[in-house]
Ligand binder design. Structure first.
Ligand SMILES: Cc1cc2nc3c(=O)[nH]c(=O)nc-3n(C[C@H](O)[C@H](O)[C@H](O)COP(=O)(O)OP(=O)(O)OC[C@H]3O[C@@H](n4cnc5c(N)ncnc54)[C@H](O)[C@@H]3O)c2cc1C
Length: 292
C-alpha cells in the first residue's frame, strides 16, 4: 500500500522543527529513520497531513559522556551505538542490546530517538533505558524538560510526548567498571522483535553478595518493565544457582504478558523466568561471581 498524501517539511534546525510542531500540532508527525513510521504510514494506520523530516536537523547526532550519563542525541543511529568506543566503555549493556535490533540495514537508518518515541514494549533500547533508570530530554518551542523512563512510557506504542514535543536526547546512566551486565532475548527468527528480553546489571561486594541489581524485561508487559521486587530481593544475597532459580520465578510472577500470534502469555511468562536466570548468571559472572 501507499501512504495517504501529506505535505513534506524538512527543517534544518531544532528551533524550526519545534516551531512546525507548535504550529501544526496533531496534524503533524515527525519522521526520523522511518523504520517504524513508514510501515505505519503505508498501512494507513496513521495519516498525518504534514510529515516533519528531522533527518537534516543539525546537532542531534552525538554520543557524549556527561555527569554519569551517556547523553545520546535523538538522531544518533543504532549503528553509531554499535561503533562507539564510549558506548563500549561506559555502557556495554547498550552495545550488547543494540546488536539484537533488526538487521544491519535497519540499524543503519533507525535512530535512538525514534526507537524510544515509538515505544514498542519489545524494543531493546527502551528496555535498557528502563533497567538503568535513564532519562529522556524532551524539547518544545518554549523550552525543555527531562523525564524518567518510567514517566515516559505509558502503554503499547504510547508515551507521554505531546504533539508539540520531540525527543532531543536520551540519557543512559554509565555502568561502573566493577559491574557485570547482560542483555538476552528470544525472538522467533533472527532480526525479529523480541518475544521477551531481559537486561541485567549486577555489582557484588567484597563478600560476593549482590550490592546492586538492575533488572528489566521487555515484551512481558505493555511497557518495558523494571523488575523492582526481584532487584530488592537480590540485594545482600550470596549469588548462587538457587538464588537464580528464585529470582527467575519471582520475575515471571511479577509480569503480566499478553498472548498474541507469536507466543502465548504463559510462554512469555516462562521466557521471563528463563531469561532472567540467564541474564543474571552472565551479569554475576562478569562481575566476578559464580563459578563457571
Ligand atoms: C524489519 C524490521 C525489524 C525491526 N526490528 C527491530 C527490533 O528487533 N528491535 C527494535 O527495537 N526495533 C526494530 N525495528 C524498528 C527500528 O529499530 C526503528 O528504527 C525504530 O523503532 C524507530 O526509529 P526510526 O528512527 O526509524 O523512527 P521513525 O520510524 O522515523 O519514527 C518512529 C516513531 O517515532 C517518532 N519519532 C521519531 N523520532 C522522534 C523524535 N526525535 N522525537 C519524537 N518523536 C520521534 C515518529 O513520529 C514515529 O511515531 C525494526 C524495523 C524493521 C523495519
Amino acid at each position: 500500500m501507499k501512504p495517504a498524501s501529506f505535505e513534506y517539511l524538512r527543517p534544518a534546525s531544532l528551533e524550526e522543527a519545534l516551531q512546525y510542531l507548535a504550529d501544526l500540532g496533531e496534524d503533524a508527525k515527525i519522521i526520523a529513520g522511518g523504520q517504524s513510521l513508514i510501515p505505519v504510514l503505508n498501512m494507513r494506520l496513521s495519516t498525518p497531513k504534514y510529515l516533519i523530516d528531522i533527518g537534516r536537523v543539525e546537532g542531534l547526532s552525538y554520543i557524549r559522556e556527561e555527569d554519569g550519563y551517556l547523553a545520546i542525541g535523538a538522531l544518533t543511529r543504532h549503528v553509531e551505538l554499535e561503533q562507539s568506543p564510549l558506548v563500549a566503555k561506559h555502557c556495554p549493556l547498550l552495545l550488547e542490546a543494540v546488536k539484537w535490533i533488526g538487521h544491519a540495514q535497519i540499524r543503519q537508518r533507525g535512530t535512538v530517538g525514534g526507537s524510544i518515541a515509538h515505544a514498542d514494549p519489545s524494543a531493546e533500547l527502551p528496555c535498557v533505558l528502563a533497567a538503568l533508570r535513564g532519562e529522556i530530554v524532551i524539547a518544545h518551542a518554549d523550552g525543555e524538560e527531562t523525564l524518567a523512563a518510567e514517566e515516559f512510557f505509558l502503554t503499547y506504542l504510547l508515551t507521554s510526548l505531546q504533539p508539540d514535543q520531540m525527543i532531543k536526547e536520551v540519557r543512559f546512566p554509565v555502568i561502573s567498571n566493577a559491574a557485570g551486565y547482560a542483555f538476552t532475548e528470544v525472538a522467533r527468527r533472527h532480526g525479529d522483535f523480541a518475544l521477551v528480553e531481559v537486561a541485567a546489571v549486577v555489582e557484588l561486594n567484597e563478600n560476593q553478595e549482590i550490592a546492586l541489581a538492575r533488572l528489566a524485561a521487555g515484551g512481558a508487559n505493555p511497557v518495558p518493565c523494571v523488575l523492582e521486587s526481584v532487584e530488592d530481593f537480590l540485594i545482600g544475597k550470596a549469588a548462587d544457582n538457587s538464588l537464580l532459580e528464585e529470582a527467575g520465578e519471582m520475575a515471571s510472577e511479577s509480569v503480566d504478558p499478553d498472548g498474541d500470534l507469536h507466543g502465548s502469555a504463559s510462554y512469555r511468562r516462562s521466557l521471563v523466568k528463563t531469561l532472567t536466570k540467564r541474564a543474571l548468571q552472565t551479569a554475576i559472572q562478569r562481575a566476578g561471581g559464580i563459578s563457571r
